[in-house]
Design a protein around this ligand. Structure first.
Ligand code: ATP
Ligand code: MG
Length: 391
């Protein structure tokens, strides 16, 4: 379903889940509309959770090149030594471990879009090759002298200040100037508060479907005010997570909320966020300087309920016979396909934990790595290892 809104006089069709009603966002959409059908490189900047990936997909969707794929590359997650081969491909035997020739992401994105996320993390050596492909459309696979062409449209994103990175000698100035031919800055949510009520509405509709809630939760007007005036350092992602916790809570049999979310509920959740972010001693910065004991208790109940709900949906998933379902954890003593007892197999457990974390965070490697307490690069390396083992 598409929602229509008018931007700079032109009719825009937006996917329903994208909200952009503030003047600032409408202006951005106007630029997106104009640049999307061209092959111009676009650099998206903005704090974490402001919608850079959402906009990258929108540019692809409006590019007229949707028969080609949208390929996302998280430059921060690829080990430095592998990034060139991942991007541009390699020939068989070009380095230890290159047992077969391999196409890179640029070749995979043929006819479509390559989205270079966290471009600020790209090592200097790969930046040279990237500049070349942007300027000439040409590249060579690692270990090859044959020149190849790429018609992939490049979109890059970063939440770092690339100008500072350039000054610090970590990012090439020529690449930066090439990338920022069109630079779109996604404003932080606190600078476009008029979008918040619309976002709340859109996100709640989505959550009702996702969690099979009986109906839309009802937010009291003071609750909406609380949400609208909050700082949202984590931007739309944090707003979404907050609404998810509130909705689950509102329909929990453990409370008598019956789908109603009050300003107290909101304050209690946001207070917990501030505590987690700033530590208890800085709680004075949060809207409630001195939490009531019952509010902290409520916070604990919230957390327990959200976790319980996640566990229940996980259990449900496990019980449903499904061919594409990854078993998340094997019961002790279970036997794998080779008849080998898995209970003491550490790497198997590690793999399961990783799949579990990825599933919980819907494939977001950064969040999964955080939850597992490892770096994103380590997570990536481990996934590669599991892939290799399966070959
Ligand atoms: N305009 C929007 N309308 C509705 N939801 C949005 C919008 N922009 C982003 N979101 C939602 O906010 C969340 C974060 O968006 P996204 O992943 O695009 O942010 P990001 O800027 O790429 O963050 P990061 O820098 O952490 O990677 C997602 O759940 C996304 O669906
Ligand atoms: Mg992102």
């Amino acid at each position: 379903m598409q929602k229509e809104i008018t931007t700079s006089g032109a009719l825009q069709k937006l996917p329903t889940q994208i909200v952009a009603s503030s003047d600032e966002m409408r202006e951005l959409l106007g630029v997106v509309r104009a640049v999307a059908p061209t092959l111009i490189t676009v650099l998206l900047t903005g704090e974490s959770g402001t919608g850079k990936e959402v906009f990258a997909r929108l540019i692809h969707d409006w590019s007229g090149r949707t028969s080609g794929p949208f390929v996302t590359v998280n430059c921060g997650a690829i080990p430095e030594g592998l990034i060139e081969s991942e991007l541009f491909g390699h020939e068989k035997g070009s380095f230890t471990g290159a047992t077969a020739e391999r196409k890179g992401f640029f070749e995979a994105a043929k006819g479509g879009t390559i989205f270079l996320d966290e471009i600020g993390e790209m090592p200097l050596s790969a930046q040279v090759k990237l500049l070349r492909i942007l300027e000439t459309g040409k590249f060579t696979r690692v270990g090859s002298t044959t020149e190849r062409s790429s018609d992939a449209r490049v979109i890059a994103a970063t939440n770092r200040d690339l100008e500072l990175e350039v000054r610090a000698g970590k990012f090439r100035a020529d690449l930066y100037y090439r990338l920022r031919a069109v630079m779109l800055r996604l404003p932080p949510l606190r600078n476009r508060r008029e979008d918040i009520p619309f976002l709340i509405d859109s996100i709640l509709h989505d959550l009702v479907a996702r969690h099979s809630l009986p109906h839309l939760p009802h937010l009291e007007s003071e609750a909406i005010e609380e949400l609208t005036s909050y700082e949202w350092r984590g931007n739309i992602r944090e707003l979404r997570n907050t609404l998810e916790q509130l909705s689950v809570m509102a329909f929990s049999p453990a409370t008598s909320s019956q789908g109603v979310i009050t300003s107290n509920d909101v304050r209690s959740i946001l207070h917990r966020h501030s505590e987690a972010e700033f530590g208890y001693h800085n709680v004075a910065l949060s809207p409630i300087a001195h939490p009531q004991p019952q509010q902290s208790e409520l916070g604990l109940i919230y957390r327990a309920l959200v976790e319980l709900r996640n566990d229940i949906s996980e259990l449900k998933e496990r019980l449903q016979p499904s061919t594409n379902h990854i078993p998340l954890s094997l019961p002790p003593g279970s036997i794998n396909h080779n008849g080998i007892n898995n209970e003491l197999n550490l790497s198997k457990h590690e793999e399961e934990m990783i799949h579990r974390a990825l599933q919980r965070f819907e494939g977001d490697r950064r969040l999964a790595a955080d939850a597992l307490g490892i770096s994103e690069r380590s997570l990536y390396r481990k996934l590669k290892e599991f892939e290799e083992e399966k070959k």
